[in-house]
Ligand binder design. Structure first.
Ligand code: SF4
Length: 246
């Protein structure tokens, strides 16, 4: 094949165009490179610190009102009211204490007169015999006394009759009653005041064989026979007393 010849003008034009194309390509390459480079991000500015709030000023304290001075009459009235309240409180406490300490015997003492109490009778009972028996039992406990409930059990008496009997004996001066708290309840302890005379204690009495016993009297004055100035009685009591001591 025969090589086609290009005239120099056309060749120059082609060269120029080629040079322009190259220049364009070069510039495009540069642009692409630039575009590919990531822009270094500028560091963000630090968030601005929140401004510290200034403490609010304290609210001004309300001025305390000065208490008004009380008048003399007001002071006296307040004292009177306080005294009355205290008295009421004490009276209520006393009433509550009395109610808590109240016993069936207290009710009986309120219901009956002194004479009625002294003459209380228990149905179908020989009161003299019962009195002696009760005194003998209580006397065995001497000054320590015994619980009235124990006595009622021993005598098989109900508490109402027992209470009436104890009151009768107390009013006659034979026993005394002492209020005590027993297992959370108020009751009485019975203590002998006058021990009954036991028959055994009279066995050796000189009076039983005394020839002047008929004339003997407390009212007699010496030399008339009287227990108040009787040597026989004095000797007998002294012997009996020394025996008991042993
Ligand atoms: S007190 Fe004396 S005098 Fe009188 S009866 Fe007795 S022992 Fe006899």
């Amino acid at each position: 094949m025969k090589k086609k010849e290009i005239d120099p003008e056309t060749a120059n034009e082609i060269k120029k165009e080629l040079a322009e194309l190259r220049a364009q390509l070069e510039s495009q390459k540069k642009l692409k490179k630039k575009a590919a480079k990531p822009k270094a991000e500028k560091p963000k500015k630090k968030a601005a610190k929140p401004k510290a709030e200034k403490p609010k000023k304290k609210a001004a304290k309300p001025k305390a009102e000065k208490p008004k001075k009380k008048t003399k009459a007001e002071i006296n009235a307040a004292k009177k009211a306080a005294k009355a309240a205290k008295e009421k409180e004490e009276a209520e406490a006393k009433a509550a204490k009395e109610a808590a300490e109240r016993t069936p015997e207290d009710d009986l003492e309120e219901q009956f007169s002194d004479e009625q109490i002294r003459n209380f009778q228990i149905e179908k009972m020989d009161m003299d015999k019962l009195t002696n028996k009760v005194c003998e039992i209580i006397a065995d406990f001497e000054d320590k006394g015994m619980l009235q409930s124990d006595l009622w059990k021993k005598l098989k008496l109900n508490s109402r009759d027992g209470s009436r009997l104890a009151l009768r004996l107390e009013r006659r001066g034979l026993i005394s009653r002492e209020k005590i708290l027993q297992k959370g309840r108020w009751t009485y302890k019975l203590i002998i005041e006058q021990a009954p005379i036991k028959l055994e204690s009279l066995v050796n009495s000189p009076c039983l064989t005394c020839p002047v016993e008929q004339k003997c009297d407390f009212e007699n004055s010496y030399p008339e026979p009287s227990p108040l100035h009787c040597q026989l009685i004095e000797d007998w009591v002294a012997v009996d007393f020394s025996k008991k001591k042993k």
